[in-house]
Design a protein around this ligand. Structure first.
Ligand SMILES: [Cu+2]
Length: 434
């Protein structure tokens, strides 16, 4: 993954002008409102080790980044801008979403147990919003439920949230105002509270992603926001396979993968090559005596889960939602079953009239993965992606855990496909030579 520098943008808004009496926030760390920083691409930015404040081991956000913070008056401060964004869902498809600081999901917020954090939230959306800090134990008036715990943040306004992070763990943030629209448009972010003692719950690699679903018709850019259950794009950090970053892990490392579900259905997350233990939920750390090995963990709507494993089995291992239609992209959901149907005679008659007519799916749908049929602009194939042995025929919530010997610490760049030791790949049976 490219390590790209964050795209700084001068922060100018009517609300900031009201707050500090100037149109542009000075670039000093002690300005009234911390300078917001923005990310313009969907490339992974590996966060630097903390330069000030208590030490922690940063998490790595797939196709994302962590929000920089500053310290002022003993608090850790952040600035989130709720705004319309353009997100690349995968190479070949852009979407008009709503998010924070240039991207959907918003930047991951990282802090340390015991810290007081202050988060400035500026609303640049066309409608009001709030932020709910999902799973954080805090004063009722900081909980972000519009109308219940605070007035909504109107367009142009900046609100301040401030609370103490009294326990470490895995959390998320999302609006609690016109939720159905705002989450259907991609407003969400990850929030990680690191233990005060960095040796506690220590892992070598710590990945995070949020699950969101969208309903974007082929060829369109903007999600339909009134869809209740029939979404057609199943995303991790607003990306679909083959656009989702790989989980690159050094052989022998202890790894943690954390995820949260802000879709309208559950996702059984399955990882190949390992058994793992769920070590953390959005309620906190799971005591060791209460953990058990498994290879699939269901993540219900509104839940978060984190599992850990020691990466001692090198290879390229699939990790995916086990709902088969969640590893597909848009298109084709209304295609009738054609398996076993012989269309040849009728197809010949249609081809006489429509030369480009093509019959899909009479031998199964795998042809879709190979043919790369013509698609409307801004649309990714339903089943796509190539591996070293051929088409992977996936989409949506699918990625690869790449465990390799000898990687450098904090190196997440793609090591390429796994070189299998001789005699360890399934092979075609040949009665002549067996
Ligand atoms: Cu799923």
């Amino acid at each position: 993954m490219d390590k790209i520098s964050m795209n700084r943008r001068q922060f100018v808004s009517a609300s900031a002008a009201t707050l500090i009496g100037a149109a542009v926030v000075p670039r000093t760390s002690q300005a009234a409102v911390p300078e917001a920083q923005f990310q313009s691409s969907a490339n992974m930015v590996v966060p630097p080790l903390p330069a000030d404040g208590p030490f922690y081991n940063p998490v790595v956000t797939l196709n994302g980044w962590s929000a920089p913070s500053r310290f002022k008056n003993g608090r850790r401060e952040f600035h989130l801008i709720a705004e319309p964004v353009e997100r690349q869902i995968a190479p070949g498809m852009m979407a008009n979403l709503w998010g924070y600081n240039g991207q959907s999901p918003g930047p991951t917020i990282e802090c340390v147990e015991g810290e007081t954090i202050r988060i400035y939230v500026t609303n640049k959306l066309p409608e009001h919003t709030t932020i709910h800090w999902h799973g954080i134990i805090l004063p009722s008036g900081m909980d972000g439920v519009g109308g219940l715990s605070q007035p909504q943040i109107k367009p142009g306004e900046t609100f301040v949230y401030e609370f103490e992070m009294n326990k470490s763990g895995t959390f998320m943030y999302h609006p609690h105002a016109d939720e159905m629209t705002q989450m259907a448009m991609g407003m969400m972010g990850f929030l990680v509270v690191h233990p005060k003692d960095p040796e506690q719950h220590k892992v070598d690699r710590d990945f995070v992603f949020l699950m969101a679903s969208y309903d974007i018709d082929p060829g369109m850019f903007t999600p339909k926001v009134n869809t209740m259950t029939d979404f057609n794009l199943w995303t991790w950090n607003s990306r679909v396979f083959p656009g989702i970053d790989h989980f690159v892990i050094k052989q022998g490392d202890r790894a943690r993968i954390r995820f949260g579900n802000l879709t309208m259905t559950n996702h059984p997350i399955h990882m190949h090559g390992y058994d793992f233990e769920v070590t953390c939920t959005d309620g906190g750390w799971v005591p060791e005596s209460a953990r058990w090995p498994e290879v699939t963990v269901d993540c219900a709507i509104g839940q978060m889960r984190a599992f850990e494993f020691v990466a001692d089995n090198p290879g390229d291992w699939a990790i995916h939602c086990h709902k088969a239609h969640h590893t597909m992209n848009a298109m084709g959901h209304d295609v009738p079953t054609m398996i076993g149907v012989d269309h040849r005679s009728i197809a010949r008659q249609i081809v006489d009239v429509v030369p480009e007519f093509m019959v899909m799916g009479e031998r199964g749908m795998a042809d879709m993965g190979v043919m790369e049929m013509p698609l409307p602009d801004n649309t990714i194939p339903m089943m796509t992606g190539w591996g070293q042995f051929g088409p992977i025929e996936m989409g949506g919530m699918f990625s690869v855990v790449k465990v390799r010997e000898g990687l450098k610490d904090r190196d997440y760049s793609d090591p390429g496909w796994y070189v299998h030791p001789k005699g360890t790949v399934a092979y075609k049976f040949d009665s002549e030579n067996s």
